[in-house]
Design a protein around this ligand. Structure first.
Ligand code: NDP
Ligand code: OAA
Length: 275
């Protein structure tokens, strides 16, 4: 059916595998998971305990060459910006179609160009999923006509901003009311908030570009979840979007719908039709 590989075995990866377990009609041919060496043993045990039925063959690797030996049909990166830079050029050059979840890494124009060149060289596809946001189909379609104006606001409860530069501006543990702590463009946001502003990069790449996409980041103790709001104005259409996402149990920064977006990409490659 499919030889699937993942880099990362954190919140998105493990939730995705549970969803695949529940939804696939037939087992994968093989599942290869790349983790840091210190997690290899635990990950192997978890694969055998929880995912034995998901794939006919399962293995844990700790390097890209070992991962490529499995000759995956599709690789999913869900490990972070540093992994995109360190490993994805080699993966794409080897001809492996890749779903890149840590899309904010593409705020680095040089890296983006390297990945596109590697994909061309390897005859592979670099697939950028919608992730935690919606409406990317329309935004990307309108982008071809030019003249786009896009403004985005990302709002999350204070604890989702812990460990980020927001801590320098706000006392997150005692925040009494909504506070805007970042105003800038999508490149600045995606670079400074690599675990929280991937959506800003997705909107920029689909639409008006990194400089022209205006971004506001907000901590709000009353936020109903991780919220993504944006407005689009183009010569062809205007629309606005407001999404209230449920945060993941395993990582408050990441919305659960991100995982379902990756699941959709996989299902669209397995089934007889795609939507
Ligand atoms: N496109 C979108 O809309 C969204 C994108 N994201 C992106 O997805 C990424 C994953 O999110 P999530 O699963 O919630 O994060 P987690 O932190 O739960 O998982 C990431 C995992 O990758 C591991 N990792 C780090 N470096 C390596 C490496 N070199 N090789 C293998 N594994 C590695 C981490 O290990 P350790 O913990 O030891 O570092 C961690 O277990 C985020 O970093 C974020 O950039 C998130 C939400 C939305
Ligand atoms: O999951 C989300 O809600 C969005 C997110 O973390 C990001 O944009 O990086």
């Amino acid at each position: 059916m499919m030889d699937l590989a993942l880099i990362g075995f954190g919140n998105i990866a493990t939730t995705l595998l549970l969803l695949l377990n529940d939804t696939l009609d037939a087992p994968l041919d093989s599942l290869t998971v790349m983790v840091l060496p210190e997690f290899a043993e635990d990950t192997e045990a978890r694969l055998e305990r929880d995912f034995a039925g998901l794939a006919a063959a399962r293995q844990v690797v700790t390097s890209v060459p070992a991962l490529l030996e499995a000759r995956p049909d599709l690789l999913i990166e869900c490990a972070g910006h540093a992994v995109v830079k360190a490993h994805l050029p080699e993966v794409l050059r080897s001809g492996v179609d890749t779903i890149l979840v840590s899309i904010g890494a593409l705020a680095d124009d040089g890296l983006h160009a390297d990945l596109r060149a590697a994909a061309r060289e390897g005859d592979a596809r670099l697939i950028l999923p919608a992730g935690a946001v919606g409406g990317i189909d329309l935004l990307s379609a309108l982008g071809a006509a030019g003249g786009l104006e896009v403004t985005y606001r990302g709002t999350k409860p204070p604890k989702a901003w812990s460990g980020t530069p927001a801590e320098e501006a706000l006392d997150l543990d005692h925040l009494g009311e909504r506070a805007i702590f970042f105003t800038g463009n999508a490149r600045e946001a995606a670079t400074a908030y690599p675990k929280n502003a991937n959506v800003a990069a997705t909107l920029a790449l689909a639409g008006a570009g990194f400089e022209a996409t205006r971004v506001e980041l907000v901590a709000d103790p009353a936020a109903p979840g991780n919220m993504h709001e944006y407005e689009v104005s183009s010569p062809l259409a205007r629309y606005s979007m407001r999404i209230e996402n449920l945060p993941s149990a395993g990582n408050a920064k990441t919305s659960v719908s991100t995982v379902y977006s990756v699941l959709r990409e996989i299902r669209n490659r397995i089934g007889p039709s795609a939507i």
